[in-house]
Design a protein around this ligand. Structure first.
Ligand code: NAP
Length: 183
């Protein structure tokens, strides 16, 4: 941005302010989100929901989540966070910290930034999330990666759609949307 261009500078500041951060997560009743580097379930409708929300946008993930899929999600800007300066993958932006990843996404002028996991990244960014798109899987499932318990003094649920188990979905599940309460 050319120095002295105050109107453009102000516009960019406003874009930064209005850029929302969302968590997009599927979690069991006991907050398990993963096991052995993988998702412990297969819920095709949740994958479709994930795609519909993130398509054309930006997703930020930890290196272990990226490597569990091992290819960039098509149709989205993929940002992977790792401390390893030598790490690289085609079609992926590597960032060394959460702050760097969020700033990169903001600079690309996305209206909403989707943080998509895994447990380490969710735990370190929950205080930044404006919205949580939570697929709640109605079962207790064994796993080694967890989502933090949602603090209902900080977030409130604005929407919930319930689905029963069927031949393609081994568990009942709900799509929930949570918003941060204003200060
Ligand atoms: N159910 C869901 O919605 C969902 C979503 C995503 C993932 N998952 C599951 O979650 C599991 C993976 O989660 P995870 O907690 O093991 O790993 P993760 O959060 O995906 O990635 C952890 C890695 O991210 C990097 N990292 C973390 N914090 C950092 C920081 N502050 N600065 C720089 N780099 C940082 C480190 O990479 P380096 O070691 O390379 O430095 C760290 O090892 C898998 O089982 C996956 O399937 C579930």
């Amino acid at each position: 941005m050319p120095s002295g261009d105050k109107s453009t500078g102000g516009y960019l500041v406003l874009l930064n302010v209005f850029c929302m951060i969302a968590h997009l997560v599927a979690a069991a009743e006991n907050n398990v989100i993963g096991n052995g580097g993988k998702l412990p379930w297969h819920l095709p409708n949740d994958l479709k929901y994930f795609k519909s929300l993130t398509w054309g946008g930006v997703v930020i993930m930890g290196r272990k989540t990226y490597e569990s899929v091992n290819k960039p999600l098509p149709g989205r800007l993929n940002i992977v966070i790792t401390t390893n300066l030598d790490w690289k993958a085609e079609g992926v932006v590597r960032c060394s910290s959460i702050d760097e990843a969020i700033q990169y996404a903001r600079d690309e002028q996305f209206k909403e930034i989707f943080v998509i996991g895994g447990g380490e990244i969710f735990n370190q960014t929950i205080h930044l999330a404006d919205t949580i798109y939570l697929t709640r899987i109605h079962a207790e499932i064994f796993g080694d990666a967890h989502y933090p318990a949602i603090d209902e003094s900080l977030f409130f649920k604005i929407a919930q759609e319930d689905y029963q188990m069927d031949e393609k979905h081994a568990f009942p599940y709900s799509f929930e949307t949570w918003k941060r309460k204003s200060a």
